[in-house]
Write a protein that binds this ligand. Sequence first.
Ligand SMILES: [Zn+2]
Length: 201
Amino acid sequence: MFLEESLFYYCDVGIDMICWKCKESIQSPVCVGCGAIQPPPPNPDYFVIFNLPRSFFIPDVSKKYRALSRKLHPDRFVKKSAVERRMSLLWTASINEAKRCLEDPILRARYLATGSSRIQEDRRLTLSPEFLEHIFDLQMAAMESPKDVQQQAQQEYDQEYARLEDIFRSWDQDHDASHLQKVEIVLARLKYLNNIKQPKG
Ligand SMILES: [Zn+2]
């Protein structure tokens, strides 16, 4: 009855986990023996949570997400101890965050490249002067004919996105980390182009 989706998790870490409550060995977020929910790892790997290979090209996670949420939902633990209710909340936050990250290709790409779905503010990315100049030109042109510029930005966005997919296709083949070093630049370029194709306000 237990969470098949998460079996991998405890197996994967290669540590013999024991249930905090009944001290039996466990292989899942909920102990098969006593039904106690186990504490989530402090920094759970989003791909591991959904039992997916580390790849940019993943299937839709909504089904796995629903199955996991059901099993770990706080409603199931209302009659349990405060500790277990707390763990259920932590798990729920983890799987929500994992879903949010993995189903957004931009966040997923950043997570694969940097280990975080958030932009690292301290990381200085150097975009080429040509690109920045081009963006500036587009911004200027958008004041004259916004529709045309949005269309152009959309085309360039699609090309850049195709580059992102190429990078990850190469990475899938050899898992050479040098591919991933290119990801953040492409994401930064996509962000500029996105602001032009979808102007705010
Ligand atoms: Zn137990």
